[in-house]
Design a protein around this ligand. Structure first.
Ligand code: EPU
Length: 338
């Protein structure tokens, strides 16, 4: 079926390809239009091939992970969107000291990951080899089951490994790059490259990888105890649920905190955008079905059926009210596709 679609435009895609495919449900805010082409590779190699074919046809290329920090405009996005949804496998090193890269792993070796008691697995090696489309909530859950520490701070953070590394997802209890050993990227010239942690320079909400696409990573966690890891995750999640609309549809924080980043880019701005919006009484402000969260002023929630136009209308209104009242220009933190 997909090949038929592809053939009508005389492009033979190397993976599943859907024409004019809706994107809203693929983002956490659940707004936006469709992609001219949605490509769904299922391995890093297929992703690379899809990228090269799109490049060869001079099509605009965007990569979609969990759509967690993204607002897509209404209408049709030209070009291709490569979804990492199916590039989602996770592996464990089989022997102490030896990491088998996902690309080189046999089916049999890969399947062993799912049996965490399998004897061939190095039980005391707290590393995970993860493809870009693996979900962050899934990894956090796996770490808890394994009794490995390091990902607790990402509890309640949606999205995928790839997006999380690209933007250094995290919060006050830690960031994803804290546990990164190595990242495999696809460079704009279509070649893979492995970046070791020591050679990377991640900052505040920025993995520092520029235009490169993350296709996988090796994460190094710390051996701990299942109950302790689970308890910390629970504690952080409870704290987060008190102050952020964790269970509602949102794109995370909309605006950067103004006044920063501090020297070295390691920190957020000095003023909380959420507090600023709260102080101006804008929580609960609505535009269509989009509303400023009543829990945290820097979140816009989709109460069901909102459009990107509603969301951007609300964003503009907040920006002008903050500018008028405080003479502060709020800058958008989320990505926008138009
Ligand atoms: N506050 C209010 N009202 C609000 C929101 C916050 O009074 O509506 C107050 C809080 O009570 C607190 C202070 O403002 O005293 C700071 O709030 P918070 O701890 O929520 O931090 P933030 O600066 O608003 C940042 C990140 C969040 C991250 C939290 C916790 C940015 C733009 N936001 O928010 O990141 O979860 O710290 O680590 O840097 C995201 O990136 O998507 C995101 C939500």
């Amino acid at each position: 079926m997909w090949r038929e679609c592809a053939m009508t435009l005389s492009i033979e895609w190397p993976c599943v390809a859907l024409a004019n495919s809706p994107l809203a449900k693929r983002t956490t805010l659940k707004v936006g239009g469709s992609a001219e082409w949605l490509l769904e590779p299922s391995t890093p190699d297929e992703l690379r091939e899809a990228y090269l074919v799109a490049k060869e046809h001079k099509l605009e290329i965007r990569v979609l992970g969990g759509g967690a920090n993204l607002i897509i405009d209404d209408g049709v996005l030209p070009g291709v969107v490569i979804s990492t949804e199916r590039v989602r496998r996770t592996f464990r090193p089989l022997d102490p000291g030896e990491v088998i890269h996902p690309d080189d792993m046999t089916e049999e070796q890969a399947n062993k990951l799912f049996d965490i008691e399998a004897p061939a697995i190095a039980v005391n090696d707290p590393r995970l080899i993860v493809w870009a489309g693996a979900s962050l909530p899934g990894l956090v859950r796996a770490a808890s089951l394994l009794g490995w520490s390091g990902l607790e701070g990402l509890i309640g953070v949606p999205g995928t490994l790839g997006g999380g590394i690209a933007m250094n997802a995290g919060g006050r209890w830690g960031e994803l790059w804290d546990v990164v050993d190595m990242v495999r990227i696809l460079r704009p010239d279509g070649e893979f490259e492995d970046i070791q942690r020591a050679d990377a320079n991640p900052g505040y909400r920025n993995g520092g990888l520029g235009e490169c696409i993350v296709v996988g990573a090796v994460l190094r966690l710390t051996l701990d105890n299942k109950h302790r890891v689970a308890a910390r995750q629970r504690e952080y999640l409870l704290e987060k649920c008190k102050v952020q609309p964790v269970t509602e549809s949102s794109a995370g924080c909309i605006f950067k905190n103004p006044g920063g980043p501090k020297a070295g880019g390691e920190n957020s701005g000095e003023i909380s955008a959420g507090r600023l919006i709260d102080e101006l009484g804008l929580k609960g402000l609505e535009r269509g079905a989009a509303a400023v969260s009543k829990l945290h002023g820097n979140f816009i929630v989709n109460r069901g059926g909102a459009t990107a136009t509603d969301v951007f209308g609300l964003i503009s209104e907040i920006q002008s009210r903050v500018q008028e009242a405080r003479n502060i220009e709020l800058e958008i933190e989320v990505k926008r596709w138009r």
